[in-house]
Design a binder for this molecule. Structure first.
Ligand SMILES: Cc1cc2nc3c(=O)[nH]c(=O)nc-3n(C[C@H](O)[C@H](O)[C@H](O)COP(=O)(O)OP(=O)(O)OC[C@H]3O[C@@H](n4cnc5c(N)ncnc54)[C@H](O)[C@@H]3O)c2cc1C
Length: 175
């Protein structure tokens, strides 16, 4: 049974990494009602080589963020190979690459998804996904910042989110 109070969504995307944010952005741009759940709060540091090869440019352009990425990134035109016992071998890249931290890139992509209409929720860790005959339920929980301390006592779940069905989110207390 559908709860009339429940905000209906077409697609639930779990994880606002580059893949999740890109998917959410494109779906939202096409008019889908998208909810994007991310366990962390952005911006946040993430270990990565921070290297965006030239082949990433068309995707960034498609997402409408190429100019923003270029403005924030370093341009990389040369590289070098270092092997033990040999002199480094320098080379020119065939096309310029970009260097950008995931701190900035992931935040930029998630913001773009939100800008295009995705309902982005941070600090929303999905714990389980439950398949039911007519819909999918994702159980998540979260905690929020109270006077500078992360408090597990402020557990506000379970958060129940569904596709094509009953849906309820208890995330109102979060940032
Ligand atoms: C050391 C290292 C260096 C790398 N260097 C490069 C590089 O220089 N250039 C390059 O192109 N690629 C690089 N990669 C690969 C690149 O990091 C991945 O291809 C890319 O992160 C994949 O994106 P994704 O969105 O699929 O996943 P992720 O980036 O892993 O994003 C997943 C997101 O989901 C969230 N999440 C996870 N579980 C949950 C949950 N239960 N509930 C809610 N949210 C959740 C996470 O917090 C995260 O934000 C590197 C990888 C590593 C490990």
């Amino acid at each position: 049974m559908t709860d009339p109070r429940a905000p209906q969504i077409d697609v639930l995307v779990i994880g606002a990494g580059p893949a999740g944010s890109a998917a959410a952005a494109i779906l939202a741009e096409r008019g889908r009602r998208v909810r994007l759940l991310e366990k962390d709060r952005f911006p946040r540091p993430k270990v990565c080589g921070e290297f965006l090869s030239a082949t990433a440019r068309p995707s960034l352009e498609r997402l409408g963020v190429l100019e923003r990425v270029e403005a924030a990134a370093e341009t990389i035109r040369r590289g070098s190979v270092h092997l033990p016992g040999a002199d480094p071998v320098a080379f020119e890249l065939p096309r310029p690459a970009l260097g950008l931290s995931r701190f900035l890139l992931d935040d930029l992509l998630a913001s773009r998804a939100r800008e295009l209409g995705a309902d982005l929720r941070f600090a929303a860790r999905v714990l389980a996904v439950d398949r039911e005959p007519n819909h999918l339920r994702a159980f998540a929980f979260s905690f929020f910042l109270v006077t500078g301390t992360f408090t597990v006592g402020s557990f506000v779940g379970p958060v129940l989110s569904s596709i094509n069905g009953w849906s309820e989110m208890h995330l109102a207390a979060i940032g």
